[in-house]
Ligand binder design. Sequence first.
Ligand code: ADP
Ligand code: MG
Length: 265
Amino acid sequence: MMFEESFEISLEKLSSRPEILSQLAYPSQRSDYAQTILNELKEMDVESIYLTYQPRPTLKFIGKGYRGIVIKARWRSKVIAGKILRTDSGIPSLNREAEMTRIANSIGIGPRVFDYSGHVILMEYIEGRDLDEWLDELPPDKVCILRKVLTAIMAQAGKLDSISLDHGELSNARRHIVVKNDLTPTILDFGKARISRKPKNLTSITSYITRGPHHLKILKMLDVCNLPIHLLRAYKENPSQENFKKILGELNLVDECSQKATLEV
Ligand SMILES: Nc1ncnc2c1ncn2[C@@H]1O[C@H](COP(=O)(O)OP(=O)(O)O)[C@@H](O)[C@H]1O
Ligand SMILES: [Mg+2]
């Protein structure tokens, strides 16, 4: 990624810069919506937001999806991520997403939600690489590291299943899992999450691993011959710890080297 210098602007100063303020209303630039977002940021004690110059001052976008834009901000002296509802999202608020993320947080999963209001979620800023990019760049001899990261992702998916929280968008894990520099994966975006009697987190992740854009590289690195099709069926019927472990085993993820993976990639 290109190095991009960024600067902070206090919310006070932002109030008097309509050309930057309007960017909070994405993509319409409607000034009344931008004002609503500014008020919500102030209410939650956000101190400043980050800008880049390209060449004019522009909000520093950490990411964009079809429901929200994610900006970098400072809150209680911490650098955080602020998800702002897009004006064309078709949903009235981010409250449900914030509540779902909080449920995930209760078992240590997802970016920690610090605060939220109707149109904004303030959460932990997860710095790292999208899983897709990370897999693409991983040297093929780093099998232990691959095992460590995939095992951690499978474990998180299994934990979500165990509390019946279905993320809903994990089969396309592309932009919804970030691998931090310390190799901890974090599942993002609980915007489509729901409570379900048949959560599909583990099956979705397994299908990303075995059929997604990097499946050939992954299966070769892990030396997998048989896909865990029957085991997945058994897990769907009975999502027990035992069935979970059998799936890990079939994918050759259970190995003492997963404990030994070093931090360098
Ligand atoms: N807490 C976060 N920390 C760092 N990056 C994030 C965070 N939340 C989202 N992003 C980035 O922003 C992108 C869009 O966010 P996402 O929640 O997926 O929005 P949408 O609901 O619109 O799909 C993500 O793909 C990711 O790259
Ligand atoms: Mg998304």
